[in-house]
Design a protein around this ligand. Structure first.
Ligand SMILES: *Cc1c(COP(=O)(O)O)cnc(C)c1O
Length: 518
C-alpha cells in the first residue's frame, strides 16, 4: 500500500541521548497507583448515578409515546440563561452535571425519537443501540484500523453492505458520519479518477486541469453541490437537470445538457442518481443512468441517503435495480435503519481508487506501528479522517439484533402508512395531496374555503405547520413544490403506527377550523 510519492521524507538525524548525565538520585514521587486519575474515587456512588441514568434512558424510550413530540418551542429563556455559564474552572462533580443535564438538556430534544415525528429526514434511533453507544464510549476505540476488534466489526458491516447492494469483491468503503461526508469522499475519488494520470491533483491541485462538470437532477440534495464546492470543482459545475412528472431526472434533458457541455469544451466526469429525494422520495432510473454513464464514460454516483436501504424490503427492492452497478454509493444508517447518529456509509466499486485518493504516509504514523496485517485494514487510509469513532458498532448491533428482514419490513410499513394517510387526507375536499407518492414521503396542501390567493394559502400552510408542531401532537415539516408551499411528512420511523395518522388527521382538521374561523 506504501505510496512513496506522497510519503514525507524520512527523518535523518535521530538525536542520541545515551550519554546525557542523568544525575545520581531521584526523589520518589507519589507511590499510590490509584491516586490521581479522572476516574471516580467512589465507585459505588458512580455506579448508582450510572444506573439511575440508564434507568432514566430506558424509561424515556419506553414512555416516549405519552410525551409531546416537541416539549417546548422555543426552549424557555431561563434554560438558555442557565446553560450560558463561564468556563467551568472548578469541578462541579458528576451528580451536578447529571442534574443540569436532566433539567437543561434532556427535556428539549428535536423530538425525532417520537412516533409522530415526520419532519425533514430524521432517524428515530433504537433502544438496543443505546447499549452499543455506551460500550463504544467504554472501549473508546480509535477506529483508525489495525489489529483491534473495531477493525473487524467495521469490515464486517462494510462486507454486509457489499452483499446487500451487490457490489463486487474489489469494493472499498468506509463508515462515516453521514451521507454528506460519504458524498464528499465518493466525489473526491471520482474527480481524481477522472483526472487520471494526466494531472496529479494530489500534488498539484486542480489548477491547469480541465473544466470538470457533473450532472444531477434538480431535486438533488444540497450535499452534492456542497461536495462540488469543497472539491474545488465549483457549484456551477454541477448541472441541475430538470425532472419529469415523477420528479425523476429527465433523461432527454440530461442528454441535451451533456452535449452542450461537450460542445463548449467542458469535461463531464460524473452523474449522480437519487434513490429517495428529500422532497418527494423519487427514485431515478438507475439502469438508464448507468447506460448514460457508460456511453459518456462517466462515474455513476448514487445518493441513497435514506432510500438506499429500501433494498431490504422485498417489495421495494426491484425499484432500486441498477444500484449494484454504481461506481459509488452514499447512504445513512442513521435514517431508515434507525441507528443513532452519526452513522453513514460510502461504498466504492474499487478499493484501489479509494486508497489512491486518500492514503498517505507520515513518519509519525507508520503502518507497521499500528499492527497492520492482512485482514486488519488501516481505515485511516481509507478516508480523510485519522482518528475515528467506533461508529460501526451501533450499526453492527442494530443489524444483528433485528436482522435485515424485519428492518426491511419496517421500511415497507412506513410506505404503506403514507398511503393510508393519503387516503385519510383525500376524504377532505379542501386538502390537496401531491402526487405521485413514491416511497415514504407525502406532501399535502390545505386550501381552506374562502382562501383563493395562492400566497395566502402558502402562509396558511406554514402557520398551520407551526401550530401543529407547537401543539406537541406531531412534527411535519414543509417544502416547496411547483413554487407552492406544501406540508411534508417523511415517515422513517419504526415507532409510527397507523393510528398515529388518525391522531394527526384530527389535529389538522381542528387547527384548520380554528384558524379559518379567526
Ligand atoms: C439526509 C440526506 C442527505 C445528507 O445526509 P446526512 O446524513 O445528513 O449527511 C443527503 N441526501 C439525501 C437525499 C438526504 O435525505
Amino acid at each position: 500500500m506504501a505510496d512513496s510519492k506522497y510519503a514525507e521524507e524520512d527523518a535523518t538525524a535521530v538525536p542520541d541521548n545515551r550519554n546525557l548525565d542523568v544525575g545520581s538520585s531521584v526523589e520518589k514521587r507519589d507511590t499510590n497507583l490509584n491516586s490521581s486519575s479522572l476516574d471516580p474515587t467512589d465507585w459505588s456512588a458512580f455506579r448508582s448515578i450510572a444506573y439511575r441514568m440508564v434507568d432514566q434512558s430506558i424509561e424515556f424510550i419506553r414512555q416516549i409515546r405519552e410525551k409531546p413530540v416537541y416539549s417546548s418551542i422555543p426552549i424557555p429563556q431561563h434554560v438558555c440563561h442557565q446553560l450560558d455559564e463561564p468556563v467551568p474552572v472548578n469541578p462541579q462533580g458528576l451528580e451536578k452535571v447529571c442534574e443540569d443535564f436532566n433539567t437543561l438538556v434532556f427535556p428539549y430534544p428535536l423530538g425525532n425519537v417520537h412516533p409522530r415525528f415526520w419532519g425533514w429526514a430524521a432517524g428515530a434511533g433504537n433502544a438496543g443501540a443505546i447499549i452499543a453507544q455506551t460500550m463504544s464510549a467504554t472501549m473508546n476505540s480509535n477506529a483508525a484500523g489495525g489489529r483491534q476488534s473495531s477493525t473487524l466489526v467495521e469490515r464486517q458491516v462494510l462486507e454486509w453492505c457489499r452483499e446487500i447492494f451487490g457490489f463486487p469483491d474489489t469494493y472499498g468503503g468506509l463508515i462515516v458520519s453521514g451521507t454528506t461526508m460519504a458524498t464528499f469522499m465518493a466525489l473526491a475519488v471520482a474527480r481524481n479518477h477522472a483526472l487520471g494520470n494526466k494531472y496529479d491533483i494530489r500534488l498539484d491541485g486542480i489548477i491547469n486541469g480541465p473544466r470538470l462538470v457533473g450532472y444531477a437532477s434538480a431535486e438533488t440534495h444540497l450535499c452534492n453541490w456542497r461536495a462540488f464546492e469543497l472539491l474545488g470543482i465549483g457549484r456551477n459545475s454541477l448541472r441541475l437537470v430538470p425532472v419529469d412528472d415523477n420528479y425523476c431526472i429527465d433523461m432527454n434533458q440530461l442528454d441535451k445538457t451533456i452535449n452542450e457541455d461537450l460542445e463548449a469544451g467542458y469535461t463531464p466526469f460524473c452523474v449522480i442518481g437519487n434513490v429517495g429525494t428529500v422532497n418527494t422520495g423519487s427514485i431515478d432510473d438507475l439502469c438508464a443512468l448507468k447506460r448514460f454513464a457508460s456511453k459518456y464514460k462517466l462515474w455513476l454516483h448514487v445518493d441513497g441517503a435514506f432510500g438506499a436501504l429500501a433494498i431490504l424490503s422485498k417489495e421495494l427492492k426491484p425499484r432500486l435495480l441498477g444500484i449494484e452497478q454504481a461506481d459509488s454509493l452514499a447512504f445513512d444508517f442513521h435514517k431508515w435503519l434507525h441507528v443513532p447518529y452519526e452513522a453513514g456509509c460510502v461504498l466504492l466499486r474499487d478499493k484501489n481508487q479509494q486508497l489512491a485518493t486518500f492514503s498517505s504516509h507520515g513518519r509519525y504514523l507508520t503502518d507497521d506501528e499500528i499492527h497492520y496485517e492482512d485482514g486488519y485494514e488501516l481505515y485511516f487510509q481509507f478516508g480523510p479522517e485519522v482518528s475515528r469513532g467506533f461508529r460501526a458498532l451501533s450499526t453492527w448491533f442494530t443489524l444483528k439484533e433485528h436482522g435485515t428482514q424485519r428492518l426491511g419490513e419496517k421500511i415497507y410499513e412506513n410506505c404503506e402508512q403514507v398511503k393510508y394517510f393519503a387516503s385519510l387526507l383525500s376524504l377532505y375536499s379542501w386538502i390537496h395531496v401531491h402526487q405521485p407518492i413514491t416511497l415514504n414521503i407525502i406532501c399535502f396542501r390545505v386550501q381552506p374555503e374562502g382562501l383563493t390567493d395562492e400566497n395566502e394559502i402558502d402562509t396558511f400552510n406554514r402557520d398551520l405547520t407551526i401550530d401543529i408542531q407547537q401543539s406537541g401532537v406531531a412534527v411535519p415539516s414543509t417544502t416547496v413544490l411547483n413554487s407552492r408551499l406544501y406540508i411534508r411528512c417523511c415517515v422513517m420511523n419504526h415507532r409510527t403506527v397507523y393510528a398515529d395518522f388518525d391522531i394527526f388527521m384530527d389535529k389538522i382538521v381542528k387547527i384548520t377550523e380554528k384558524r379559518s374561523s379567526k
